[in-house]
Design a protein around this ligand. Sequence first.
Ligand SMILES: Cc1cc2nc3c(=O)[nH]c(=O)nc-3n(C[C@H](O)[C@H](O)[C@H](O)COP(=O)(O)OP(=O)(O)OC[C@H]3O[C@@H](n4cnc5c(N)ncnc54)[C@H](O)[C@@H]3O)c2cc1C
Length: 449
Amino acid sequence: MLKTQFHAIAPQLKGQVWFTNDQQFQVRKKVFNHSVDNEPFAIVEVHCEEDICLVIRFANTHNLAISVKGGGHSNTGSCIVNNGIVIDMAVFKTIIIAPDKKTVVVGAGVKNRELDAFTAQYGLAVPLGTCPDVGVIGATLGGGIGFLSCKYGLTCDSLINVKMIDANGTKLTIDQHSEPELFWALRGGGGCQFGVITAMELKVYQVPQTVFGGIIEWPISQAKSVLEQYSKQVLSGSRDYFLYAYISRANKKQAKISIMGFSTAPLHECEPFYNRVSDWGLDAKSDVCEKTYLEMQSNSYESELSIYWRNGFISGALSSEFLEEVIRCNANCPDDHGGIMFDPLGGAVRDLAINETTFVHRESSFICSVTGVCEGASMHSPVKNWVDDSHTKLSAFYNGRAYQNYEYLGKDELSMYFGENSNKLVELKQKHDPHCRFFGSLNRHIYGN
Ligand SMILES: Cc1cc2nc3c(=O)[nH]c(=O)nc-3n(C[C@H](O)[C@H](O)[C@H](O)COP(=O)(O)OP(=O)(O)OC[C@H]3O[C@@H](n4cnc5c(N)ncnc54)[C@H](O)[C@@H]3O)c2cc1C
């Protein structure tokens, strides 16, 4: 019945629509995390703003939830809403740069790799995350942490304005002056909360022709020493060096601790710096060298994997007790199935006041993520249990917050992501999307699912 009604409006669409039995439907409902198998009513690849308005009107008439698919990297598959309509932004590929003004307009289907490749032609970059296939808009809505964030801030800190179509089908341009509350909420408030974003304008920054970076690895026996030094380095607040740390089980014989480093500092400063980092533990192996920024941003992430992750923020240093717990948890990881990762904060991330955007985690020092990985389309219970057990143990050291971009579906997710901003975000949701048409975390909170 509903399908027949949609067929009646389909000729007005410039884009395409797929239902359950269409082959393309099965392709389009897939997300990076292969264990997600959500089943929407329809997937619409919209080709223009009028298509979006048409879908919103249909959803309003038939009381259907809408999710928006950008790069498809929300780990819980929240871009694919069960029984609702998915608006797929894949063809919104506009990128318009104004190198003199140091700004770029980015369409909602643009992925990190496409924006990086485009801006690199001008020696410029937006501070993006490190996965080339993540959607720029999806990541910006939740913050956006990557190699340039200690130097230039989160991706959402570079936001200038947003083009959005709201639940009434009204086209809005949102910036600091015209819609300050929504502008505040869109910088860290998470995906698909208030409308369909068609484009964003962002600041771009100069990056040198060559940067310095790569991976240093040590045997797992060196983990505590390396992570203690790592903690000191991150807390020094240096804006020139951005370091991830990763402790992985990989396989029993080769468990290791790694640092992935990045710097735009001059070569004569980087070499001695990374030599000192190699000395954080014994038997280091390093591939750190000069590279282009695009090479640093071209990490390859294996596809067709099932992922389950939980995370928490840490204030201050990585304590000795915490590191011992991390190492114990890692030792219990089922072989080949995951690891524990640290993202650093600090530097320019702290330049904005806590209440200037919805991203409440600016005073935190690290995100710690326990990640379970399985090949294929199902997450095995021993791996999931390992993630949950480790998360429970490590939570004693977290500060009660979790990163909204590393989404997980827990009852407490709203306060974990948004802390003291939760109530204001719920009020804004009720004002701008009173029927909860858009399926973001605020929607799940209001409906209690
Ligand atoms: C392998 C991997 C690596 C990652 N690396 C990083 C990293 O380095 N740094 C970092 O900060 N994060 C990282 N992330 C997290 C990533 O930033 C978030 O998952 C982000 O939300 C993904 O955006 P997307 O568009 O790819 O995903 P989607 O699933 O398509 O979208 C994510 C959310 O945003 C909404 N959304 C997307 N587009 C729109 C739009 N146009 N209008 C309204 N709502 C929209 C969706 O409905 C959904 O709720 C990583 C995730 C993965 C899986």
